[in-house]
Design a binder for this molecule. Sequence first.
Ligand code: XIL
Length: 385
Amino acid sequence: MLKVLRKPLLSGLALAIVLPAGLSSVSAAENQPVSALDAAVELDERYAKSFDIGAAVEPSMLQGKDAEVLKRHYNSLVAENVMKPINIQPEEGKFTFEEMDKIVEFAKENNMKLRGHTLIWHSQVPEWFFLDKEGNKMVDETDPKQREKNKKLLLKRLETHVKTIVKRYKSDISSWDVVNEVVDDNGQLRNSPWYQITGTDYIKVAFETADRYAGKDAKLYINDYNTEIDPKRETLYNLVKELVEDGVPIDGVGHQAHIQIGWPSIAEIEKTINMFADLGLDNQITELDVSLYGWPPKPAYPTYDEIPASEFDRQAAHYDELFKLYEKLDDKISSVTFWGVADNHTWLNDRAEQYNDGVGADAPFVFDKDYNVKPAYWAIIDEES
Ligand code: XIL
């Protein structure tokens, strides 16, 4: 039994000591870090009554420190990349399951749930899906008869893709991101090859196929980012409402939640969850990270070579509000998944590389790059002892 002897204030300078119960309090040096492996309160236990706590992983993270932290603090996993179309069916009919299987194995060994991400997406999808039998791009076809044939072929490929994956992981995966990012920021349906070739039929066929082959308790989600921002939110809402009314087997909305310290507002997040819950649907937070920066990073927002402690405090304050809200709405939210484990591995840093000459490495999680707890951790465990 471990217990927290002292709850730090929301400050990077504050400290906490974890000792076996019964030992007397000791005074600690300033700044003494507390490892995620020693911190007394496990995130998934803290939220056990409310929702699952998940993390996105690469298979390489199933060993070493990541694995230890995963086992301790999370009860749900999702593949960061290896289940995406380009990874799992790079060539037509050639499925590569090995990497995903490693994640499934780890989840089983450690009694964790699994989310399936993502069956259908416009990104990280191989080009062959959208080529006709002659190898021409389906989107360029002008002949109506040939377009009809192409549509059939694409929907057939979609069905095979969804069926093969969902059947294989039927007894392992409890929630599926069936389609990802089908609405654009501008409030239009995303003009992807899927949409150009099939209209909205690809969405319906994807859900129907997933429903046919998934486990009977599995839940099916439409997943997207910026779900809190109009006009995208309104379009997503209308689309989902229509799917529900048409009897398409959809169980919920996945909110990616790639958010920032000051955006979007807690009020908008609350409104969003309630809107979709009012349609009788579940909500899952599927890719949470709280960036220290705005977007785009340059020139509008500051980036830091070294992140000041005050920013970690601001981040903690935001995490605090956010998890208070999630907990308040816990009858409408069944899972909260972080898009990573600790600050040493986050896709936000790829963006820093790509757009900002590598300046402004981000730190979006509650564990830092050395797997020590951050002010955000203390904020969300709400430790009072
Ligand atoms: C990201 C991964 O984290 C990166 O490693 C990869 O290079 C690109 O995709 N929305 C999603 C996720 O649904 O699949 C994306 O993941 C992040 C945005």
